[in-house]
Design a protein around this ligand. Structure first.
Ligand code: AMP
Ligand code: ZN
Length: 471
């Protein structure tokens, strides 16, 4: 499988450290509010990546954190803890907020067929791990204490900006307008590993540490949780593109300084879902959630298809019109699959040829829009329906669009409607008209047609024979 690696800025052939297992880590949600559909785009594409790796035969161990402490309003280590902000907003405790929005997050994931990672770990459950790393970094001289906090010293690194050769001035954290600079930092990009003195004394969650009672910084959580469950080497680390800097940059800085060797080989970044007026954000008041889409009558699968139709390394613009197009496409796709009849043997030549197309799409840097095209290729192919159904079932292990399940629902619904409309007397009259036509008794055929018309029944002549419907 070829994947674009943000570290090398190239597509690379994916090779895990060990043939036995792919170690995958993905940054999880900060559970102070619902996930918006932009966040969920990232989780959908990570889910596809994990499933595509499994589809290639890899055994994957995937770990995800839940950020329930330490993620401040500004990535420059200033502002309030987002969790505290959420708790105040809703007059609840931080832990209540964390539990509620963690459950809400996984409920959204279920609706979108996003598989739960093998390990899900809240940051508040790993404080000892974080402290161990901070102690190690201080011992090795990569960290310092100032003003009560512990900071990572970025001047100790040969290369800090690993993802891009950024212009330091452009990226300078802590000097943006409206954001107060932390004067304890020796270098502009230094970041907090452990807070003890926060100007927000009402921080709800605090733990004992060698540096006093406090709480961990956001970045150390992902390094600590990853090392706890995946050890010292990681194959793939994934997240939204906004996390590349400073979050992932800082994760690499502290992990590699602590471990003394390279930490993660491949970095997978999903680009943003934007609206016409810019980036989707939770701070902008009302924001788009899966529940909101559902309340407007959209099947969450339509949103999943919408995401799959575009490449993860392109920004995607959300508009209701675009979602409508995906919803119509999804409905048509399911209706078409519902007409397939599974009898017969699978034709292996056709199966393998179409599967290869699908596989090539995934292997070419997770080209999901081409993978969706492969679904349409199956429907157009000259093979029998049993082969088509077998292929769709196979592809849906990765796409997770409920293709066969929803087609079955449509079939059941169509049969129910048909049964509801069944009327043996009308059937008999339609059959009598067919007989009259066969006997060239046009007058009788017309008479029956007129009589049915008077009863509000229209006859439709189809290649499969005459059918009728109420008008
Ligand atoms: P958060 O809960 O804010 O920590 O974000 C959860 C995930 O969503 C992270 O991987 C972010 O990088 C990602 N993310 C945030 N905004 C967007 C967006 N507009 N489109 C896609 N992914 C996003
Ligand atoms: Zn992270």
């Amino acid at each position: 499988m070829y994947l674009y690696n943000s570290l090398s800025h190239k597509k690379e052939l994916f090779q895990p450290n060990s043939p036995d297992v792919v170690k995958m880590y993905t940054c999880g949600p900060t559970v102070y509010h619902y996930a918006h559909i932009g966040n969920l785009r990232t989780y959908i594409m990570e889910d596809v990546l994990e499933k595509a790796l499994r589809y290639q035969g890899y055994n994957v161990k995937r770990v995800m954190n839940i950020t329930d402490v330490g993620h401040l309003a500004s990535d420059a280590d200033t502002g309030e803890d987002k969790m505290l902000k959420g708790a105040k907003r809703e007059n609840k405790s931080v832990m209540e907020i964390a539990q509620y929005y963690t459950d809400a997050f996984f409920a959204d994931c279920d609706k979108l067929n996003i598989k739960r990672p093998d390990v899900v770990e809240p940051a508040t459950g790993c404080i000892d791990e974080f402290i161990k790393i901070v102690v190690g970094l201080l011992e090795k001289g990569f960290a310092y204490e100032a003003g009560g906090n512990v900071y990572f010293d970025t001047s100790k690194l040969e290369k800090y900006y690993v993802f891009n050769d950024h212009d330091e001035e452009d990226l300078a954290v802590g000097v943006r307008e409206g954001v107060e600079e932390d004067t304890n930092k020796r270098n502009r990009n230094d970041f907090v590993l452990w807070f003890t003195k926060s100007k927000f004394e009402d921080q709800a969650l605090k733990w004992d540490s060698p540096w006093g009672v406090g709480y961990p910084g956001w970045h150390i959580e992902c390094s600590g949780i990853s090392m706890k469950h995946l050890g010292e080497d990681l194959d793939i680390h994934a997240g939204g593109i906004d996390n590349a800097f400073p979050h992932h940059t800082n994760e690499i800085a502290q992990s590699e300084s602590y471990l003394g060797h390279k930490w993660c080989n491949y970095w997978f970044h999903v680009h943003h879902l934007n609206t016409n007026d810019g980036k989707m954000s939770k701070s902008k008041g009302e924001f788009l959630t899966v529940s909101l889409l559902e309340s407007k009558g959209y099947d969450p699968m339509a949103y999943r298809l919408f995401c799959l139709q575009s490449h993860y390394r392109r920004n995607l613009v959300f508009s209701w019109e675009n979602l409508d197009n995906a919803a119509v496409a999804y409905e048509k796709l399911i209706a078409k699959i519902a007409t397939l009849n599974g009898e017969g043997e699978v034709e292996m030549d056709a199966f393998n040829a179409l599967k290869e197309k699908f596989n090539n799409a995934l292997n070419g840097d997770l080209n999901t829009s081409l993978a969706v095209t492969a679904v349409y290729d199956v429907l157009k192919a000259k093979c029998n329906d049993a082969t088509k159904l077998a292929l769709l079932k196979d592809f849906d292990q990765v796409l997770s669009l409920n293709l066969l399940e929803n087609a079955e629902k449509v079939r059941v619904e169509n049969a129910r409607k048909e049964a509801e409309n069944a009327d043996p007397e009308i059937d008999a009259m339609v059959a009598a008209r067919t007989e009259a036509k066969k006997a060239k008794n046009w007058a009788e055929a017309d008479r029956i047609r007129d009589e049915l018309k008077a009863r509000g029944i229209e006859i439709i002549d189809t290649p499969q024979g005459a059918k009728w419907r109420k008008v």
